[in-house]
Design a binder for this molecule. Structure first.
Ligand code: SF4
Length: 502
């Protein structure tokens, strides 16, 4: 990881002094620069990583312990920039452009504008310099090279090797705007000691068949699968997560990488017991994440819970998926469905809507409806969590609307006065379960959402679906209320599995 420090003492080059490391960039240059310690996104992978000891020091220097997700070594939580866009390290004082914990800042910051990262092949650890630093872009190459030599020597000392081995997340992933200067042979050797590096493949649209075949032979996902048991469910979020896959012990493992580290997005997929692939997957995650709690398996269905508990894993329930009888959603009969039925009737009476098949030529109109819908939601009141979800959702909608056929999605739109006022996309999880993945409707038109949902479910029922899965509620009370409005037949349990920390 890299993160920028704000030096208070000028130095002509980075020179080790005892346990310290003076900065190559003079403080006069730093206080005039607006790159350091500021980040465009709250979960930027560049936010500084603190080891356990560094967290203790930072807390003693005045930072709140709650700024660290775990006291055992973590990236710090950023805070919104009070005087501009983006986010700040909470130790940064925007009024003075100084670090409030300068003497206690972590190694990650002390190194900057140098950075430790894996090379593109993840074969060697390298020391590079970050081209985002304006001072370094102008610095004489001989000065940078001399400083890099000194830093490399300092980093390869036994004490630092032990720290890096204990906290491998201090080594960032490859960034093409960091210029490699030195290969760190001792660090590489130490990090790879006793390891069996796993070659993971980037997930592409061409892998859909491979993932679907692996899901199809997995008994735990067959009868009433979670929405996560599909290729599209994951691929839609590739703008937020980097997906890779690998075969482990004859099972396909789908890894997702967030700014915090890698985790398994689904349990290992394939025939036979998953004990061995689960063990191997946790080994791989530990090698990448160190002791971080980010190592986990998401979207584990009920069928695996007893076995994984018996093996000593922690199995914790997260928000369940909502499962409905398709016929109930289409008939909307009886007192229980009075409100959605009335909403549909009013929409048909006032707007006379008809459901049409989504055509990729509708993409631009749908994306502009998404923006309107997002603004309508924001006008309902501030909700930081919901806003963050909407930010994330924008990329997912864009991908789904751009690649419906490639992702195996079917979609529908509803026009009012010639303009698209609702759209939805979904896919069959198996012969009897259809999943509604995305739905957007103009909130100013009463019943538009209820209508597009009912008619889309009617299509699914006509194609043989007996059940409709509408995914989970993301912990949003408003969304949970809307999902309960339709009286789910079942809530499908969904678990997160971690290694026991006891
Ligand atoms: S700890 Fe200090 S130097 Fe490091 S990012 Fe935060 S403010 Fe900047």
């Amino acid at each position: 990881m890299t993160s920028p420090p704000v030096p208070v003492s000028p130095a002509s080059s980075a020179r080790p002094v005892g346990q310290s490391l003076l900065q190559i960039v003079p403080s006069t240059a730093c206080v005039q620069c607006d790159v350091c310690c500021r980040f465009p996104e709250r979960d930027s992978f560049l936010r500084p990583f603190f080891t356990g000891e560094e967290i203790q020091k930072a807390v003693r220097a005045g930072l709140a312990p709650g700024l660290f997700p775990t006291s055992e070594g973590a990236q710090i939580d950023l805070v919104p920039n009070p005087v501009g866009e983006g986010y700040l390290c909470p130790a940064f004082d925007p009024a003075t452009s100084h670090c409030r914990i300068y003497d206690a800042r972590p190694l990650d910051c002390r190194l900057y504008p140098f950075a430790l990262m894996w090379d593109a092949e993840r074969a060697h650890v390298v020391l590079g310099w970050d081209t985002k630093c304006p001072y370094m872009r102008e610095a004489p190459p001989s000065l940078v090279d001399e400083a890099a030599g000194a830093v490399a020597q300092w980093i390869e000392q036994d004490e630092r090797l032990a720290t890096l081995a204990r906290y491998p997340r201090l080594i960032g992933r490859f960034q093409d705007d960091v210029i490699p200067l030195r290969t760190l042979a001792r660090v590489t050797e130490r990090l790879q000691q006793g390891r069996r590096p796993l070659r993971r493949q980037a997930l592409t649209v061409q892998d859909r068949g491979r993932l679907e075949a692996a899901l199809a032979v997995n008994p735990a996902f067959q009868e009433t699968p979670l929405a996560a048991a599909s290729f599209a469910y994951h691929y839609l979020w590739r703008h937020r997560l980097t997906y890779t896959w690998a075969e482990l012990e004859g099972h396909l493992c789908l890894f997702a990488e967030s700014p915090d580290g890698i985790f398994l997005a689904l349990p290992p997929l394939g025939e036979g017991p998953i004990e061995k692939p689960v063990t191997e997957a946790f080994r791989v995650m530990r090698e990448c994440n160190g002791d971080s709690a980010v190592s986990r398996i998401d979207n584990v269905p009920e069928a695996y819970r007893p076995g994984l508990r018996a093996l000593g894993y922690e199995v914790v329930e997260k928000e369940p998926d909502y499962l409905y009888a398709a016929a109930d959603l289409v008939d909307l009969s009886g007192e229980a469905y009075r409100s959605p039925r009335a909403a549909c009737n009013r929409f048909m009476r006032e707007q006379g809507g008809v459901l049409e098949q989504y055509d990729p030529r509708d993409r631009t109109a749908c994306l502009s409806l998404f923006q309107e819908w997002r603004e309508q939601k924001q006008r309902m009141g501030p909700d930081a969590w919901a806003d963050a979800l909407l930010d994330d959702a924008a990329g997912a909608h864009e991908t789904a609307l751009s690649l419906p056929a490639e992702l195996g999605l079917s979609g529908a739109v509803v026009r009012v006065g010639g303009r698209i006022r609702a759209y939805t996309l979904g896919l069959s999880l198996n012969h009897t379960v259809f999943c509604v993945l995305l739905e957007v409707a103009d909130r100013d038109i009463v019943g538009a959402g209820a209508f597009v949902f009912r008619e889309f479910c009617r299509q699914a029922l006509a194609k043989g679906a007996r059940w409709i899965n509408t995914m989970d509620d993301s912990g949003l009370p408003g969304l949970a209320k809307a999902k309960h409005w339709y009286h789910p037949a079942r809530l499908l349990p969904n678990y997160v599995v971690t290694e026991s920390r006891r």
